[in-house]
Write a protein that binds this ligand. Sequence first.
Ligand code: ADP
Ligand code: AMP
Length: 223
Amino acid sequence: MTASIGRVVVLLGAPGAGKGTQAQILSEKLGLAHVATGDLFRAAVRDETPLGVTAKGYMDRGELVPDAVTIEMLLERLAKPDAEKGILLDGFPRNTAQAEVLDKALADKGGRVDVAPYIEVPEADLVGRLGGRWICRAAGHPYHEQTKPPVTPGICDADGSELYQRTDDQPATVQARLQQQLGALDLVVDYYRTKGVLKVVDGRQGIDLVTGDLLAALAPANG
Ligand code: ADP
Ligand code: AMP
């Protein structure tokens, strides 16, 4: 970890709830480092690093990567200098063991989770969100066939890179991910509710309205 750590925001939501979409907007607006464990794992898989080789099997089955591996990767990422400006976590923690390790690591540096906004989307909507998702090769910018199509089909509006569909967004893996990950998410939501930092946002709204609600939840007076 860096010597000091800025504001820490934990963005919660089921797979497909819109965390990545919102994290990219909010991190830019608020000047926070966007730390997405799914993106870190996908980069490791692409680069065929030992971490990527380990993670790939779990990701392909829609399971969580084991905590030891995930936590080590996250702590290494938080040690980078840009964490000093504050971080927006997307996809971590995914279970209460990870939440506890995060609290301890932050406390060691005099920090804490300031606010945990939860983008709530009914399970029935998640399948369509994930099935229609396309992301860009360069930076993982998310698009959707119906709700957020790119201006030019197959090309990222933001950086011009190619769009592709994640292998774990295939219907069978989507079912496995939801079945295996939603229970743990509920427990993480309860964890932050008990800590008094949870803010629930209605994720069924359009992207801009969700952004507005998140910005209100993150306003200093609320964080
Ligand atoms: P997560 O990071 O939580 O898995 P994403 O941000 O990748 O979710 O969003 C999942 C899919 O849903 C993407 O295709 C994205 O374009 C789309 N999406 C995100 N937010 C909304 C929204 N508020 N309404 C409709 N579609 C959305
Ligand atoms: P995501 O991009 O957040 O949907 O994550 C894609 C996949 O990466 C997940 O289905 C898990 O296999 C793995 N993953 C991402 N974040 C975590 C985490 N915090 N703990 C365990 N596995 C994770």
